[in-house]
Design a binder for this molecule. Sequence first.
Ligand code: SF4
Ligand code: SF4
Length: 240
Amino acid sequence: MSSNQPDNEQQVLTEDSRFRFACHDTLPCFTQCCRDVNIYLTPYDILRLRRALKISSTEVLERYTRHFLARVTHIPVVQLEMDPETLNCRFVTDSGCRVYDNRPWACRMYPLDVASRSGEYMPIAGKERCLGLNEPASHTVGAWLESQGVRPYEEMERAFLQVVPPDFQPSSQMNPGLGRVLFLAYDIDRFIEIVNDPRFQTFYDVDDETLRRVREDDEALLHLAFRYVRSQMEELYKVV
Ligand code: SF4
Ligand code: SF4
């Protein structure tokens, strides 16, 4: 294989690696990857689905996800719920994804996924299942991620990861109450109720300009929610 013919069998890819891929509606596999899949959602995914569907985060979570606190860690787990009869994603149509502009991070990444080390990626589908991997068009991973609008999702996830206190280990047991506080980052409309409480500004030292901005800018609102959750975690973490 020549150097401009990237090898999709390569397992670990970096931003500069090239891979072959093109997805279009004439492929026999079109929309098959939107069926019977486990898609874990981030707080930013919920924010974007809320924007696409024009319903509250609480409704997005109730109508389109399966969510619970993990048994040991009590960390919230939020998954896109497939239709129980067809196993299709509820957003898939014959012509593709009806929330495409606000589709979740995992959907943007497909057919790639993040690998265990930062900055590394791997294909999660084989050429037999994802026929787009046999197409001649080639891209660097970095250019592909840019074109799929992945960067804001990565940035938000980095911010979300700062919410958990640094001495918390992913496998350690967390009080269920802390898990519920963490879940506020997913249910931004519940956080808005807290922000609208007149006591919020007094207790959390938030200036008028920040409050004005979060009322107009969902991303700023989510960052404030992360700050709030972090402060709650720090307060509660010490006493449990
Ligand atoms: S399986 Fe691959 S090529 Fe087929 S629709 Fe999904 S992403 Fe596109
Ligand atoms: S959200 Fe859209 S892209 Fe993701 S699985 Fe559902 S239909 Fe497919």
